[in-house]
Design a protein around this ligand. Sequence first.
Ligand code: SAH
Length: 236
Amino acid sequence: MEIRRFFVNKSDICGNVVTVRGDEFIHLTKVLRYKVGYKATVCANDGIERLCTVNSIEKDFAVLSVDEIRVADRKSVSLTLYAGLLKNNKLDFAIQKAVELGVDRIIPFTSSNCAENRFSVERANKIALEAAKQCGSAYLSEVKELTDIEEVIRSIPDYDEVLFAYEDEKSNALTDALSQGKNIAVIIGPEGGFQSVEAEKISSAGAKTVTLGRRILRAETASIVACALILNALDR
Ligand code: SAH
């Protein structure tokens, strides 16, 4: 039987006893039909994997005991993806893939050429949780509330390095621009791209303007390519 992965809050771990509640309880009992005696891997977003056995299943929680502890690999970089909000839930795909690649945080934003303004942070975090479980991560990537481009620009100095993928940049390749920062962010625009005044402000705030190649990628493709290039180069 495949040993499935569940995420809990740190406060739901007490010594060797883990309580699984809420959506994760529903997933465990109703979707996966776990029974007493089944094995599970439990993570609390602290880099530790707890190999557990189900001891009891109550009405709305399950109690597991920890059999073994494994320390997952520490990440060497923290990557935040700022992603322009996309139409028709297309950001869902970018979120799922970014989590699989190992992005720590995803912050959606609106900007002048953005054609969407509705965003459900709960729904987005469910997608991120499912992706983390599916890809065997010991960490949970967080999707933050929708923000706007002005706030993105204000947060640029908070990082060691910010890479700004701009469709009009022709020469400065992302991989050449990377230094050895530990706390990195990348900015990807919405379908409509960036207005030149926005691009100038982003660059003046300290982000490095980079190209992802000769072809214009769809926004969701650009998010995946940029995260893969950064993590492949730095997270070893
Ligand atoms: N509508 C715009 C393209 C927007 S693509 C146009 O036709 O010019 C959506 C976003 O993906 C861009 O804002 C940028 O952040 C990123 N992107 C796509 N292709 C890129 C490339 N070749 N280099 C850098 N960024 C790119």
